[in-house]
Design a binder for this molecule. Structure first.
Ligand code: ADP
Ligand code: MG
Length: 498
């Protein structure tokens, strides 16, 4: 576990440090909503996925969707968290045009999942732990559409009632990069679990970012005592939906708060919005306290009691999780932490790698996958499951290097042809005559010709053995790069009498 220096802001009156806690809303992967049978699919015509419950009709009764509960429990296990066998749904009351019930059904005092831990991986492969405060289930609201008409605002209730998991972290992050790494790791986790698709562009995973600043040493006091008064007042930046925006919003917000504090002002605990166009945060409303929502247990819903045997059965279905997979790839295939991390971040990448590495040098497979394949895919905006090269062909390419059929240099060329859709590597090598020349007769002939045509170079090389490099280059040129380098070297040594 590696501690990193926190992000610091240098002010007029000295240094300030950042403290960050995130609330991530993850839409539960489920075909139906949390309390109704209406569909959840994205991109439908407005108001096509709305039942009477979602539209808040009087007299309608919510009925819990068992599958959504299962998904929340699964995510709880992924977060190594306490699963609460009794939890309670509350009404969080507020008015919004896209909230027809006049309240959101959420969980307040007794969430379904309690404290846990997420081990976060940074891009460089180093790791740190973030405490999880809770995970609760709640309904999403509808959407107000302001840009369809110059005078009217429209309401689309397709999203109304869709199940969300709100995952609340402890204020344990200290830099914009670490906050982004947290969201990235969490996204990978829920995608492995199949409990949320993690699609940030569609808003299926979005973060509320809580930011405060404090003087050096204060955070350590908070960690030792759990006493929040050691920390500064926080502002919450709502619904940030990309890793880049999360970081930009934090940097801007830190600077803003430091300026206020150094001018002798006070931070108002408020909800702010990030404007990606301007790169700044703006006040949206002063932060409500829980009291303002007049939370109370929803009288339409009984406390949710989970059968321990059912919970155990869910635990038994958990797939291999990203951190376990990363460790296994390192120990089983000898990969570096960094390479294993790059592969594990998407389950499909790790699967691809393992398919390709069957029976061949895994390190070489990993290099071709992470360096050549992934960079080309990302250039074309493709995911690994859309790769034009099947994993067996990467394995086949590596096998050709290993048995000496081609050199690693030629392998790159073969890879280009594979990418262009020319088929299996062995076929390409055959069709294009790319086999490595190990036939010493052919190499000797090439060397003889070069030596005969360049007596001055021969003399130079006999004088200064480093000059032999020039001959190697010439032989490669003469053989189209196909000569076996070891054989070339050996024959040159003999012929030049070195
Ligand atoms: P609310 O419902 O008011 O948003 P929550 O308990 O749901 O409150 O979430 C509070 C979030 O704010 C948590 O993620 C927590 O880690 C974070 N947080 C609390 N205090 C601070 C602070 N001083 N600085 C930064 N983040 C904080
Ligand atoms: Mg909250």
């Amino acid at each position: 576990m590696s501690e990193r220096a926190p992000y610091r802001v240098q002010g007029r009156t000295g240094e300030w440090e950042l403290v960050l806690g995130l609330e991530v809303h993850a839409q539960v992967a489920s075909n139906a909503k949390l309390f109704s049978g209406a569909a959840t699919g994205f991109g439908a015509e407005p108001n096509m996925h709305v039942s009477l419950v979602d539209a808040g009709f009087p007299g309608m009764l919510p009925v819990i969707n068992k599958y959504c509960v299962e998904q929340a429990v699964k995510t709880g296990f992924g977060l190594r968290a306490e699963i609460n066998h009794v939890s309670v749904f509350d009404r969080k009351n507020y008015f919004y045009p896209d909230l027809p019930q006049g309240y959101q059904i959420s969980q307040f005092k007794q969430p379904i999942v309690g404290e846990g831990t997420l081990e976060v991986e940074r891009d460089d492969g180093s790791r740190f732990k973030v405490g999880i405060e809770r995970l609760h289930l709640e309904q999403d609201a509808g959407k107000s559409v302001h840009d369809m008409d110059p005078h009217w605002t429209y309401v689309d209730l397709n999203r109304s009632g869709v199940a969300l998991m709100e995952i609340v972290s402890k204020p344990h992050m200290r830099s914009p990069e670490d906050a982004a790494a947290y969201v990235k790791t969490l996204r990978t986790l829920v995608r492995y679990l199949g409990t949320c698709d993690g699609d940030m562009e569609k808003g299926n995973l979005r973060a509320d970012v809580n930011v405060s600043v404090c003087r050096p040493g204060q955070f350590e006091k908070f960690m030792a005592s759990g006493d929040f008064t050691h920390l500064g007042t926080r502002c919450e930046i709502k619904n940030v939906n990309s890793m880049r925006f999360i970081q930009q919003a934090i940097v801007y917000e830190a600077r803003r708060q430091v300026e206020i504090l150094e001018d002798g002002g006070k931070i108002d605990q408020e909800t702010r919005l990030f404007d990606p166009g301007k790169g700044e945060t703006r006040s949206m409303r002063s932060k409500e306290d829980a009291m303002d929502y007049r939370y109370f247990p929803d009288p339409d819903l009984l406390p949710l009691e989970l059968d321990p045997a059912w919970v155990k059965a869910i635990q038994a279905t958990l797939p291999e999780l990203p951190d376990a997979k990363r460790e296994r790839l390192q120990s089983q295939y000898g990969l570096s932490a960094y390479d294993a991390g790059v592969l594990v971040i998407e389950g499909a990448r790790a699967d691809y790698f393992e398919q390709a590495a069957k029976g061949v040098d895994a390190k070489l497979v990993s290099n071709f996958t992470t360096n050549e394949l992934l960079s080309r895919l990302s250039k074309d905006g493709l995911e690994i499951d859309q790769s034009p090269i099947p994993p067996e062909d990467i394995g086949g390419l590596v096998a050709l290097i290993q048995d000496g059929t081609i050199s690693s240099k030629i392998a790159k060329e073969v890879f280009d042809h594979m990418w262009a859709g020319e088929g299996a590597p062995a076929k390409i090598v055959e069709a294009r005559g790319l086999k490595q020349v190990t036939d010493t007769g052919a190499i000797e002939k090439a060397i003889d010709e070069i030596m005969a045509a360049n007596p001055d170079k021969v003399a130079a090389a006999r004088d200064k053995p480093q000059a032999v490099g020039w001959f190697v280059g010439q032989v490669m040129k003469a053989t189209g790069g196909k000569a076996n380098p070891a054989a070339v070297n050996q024959i040159l040594q003999t012929k030049l009498g070195l």
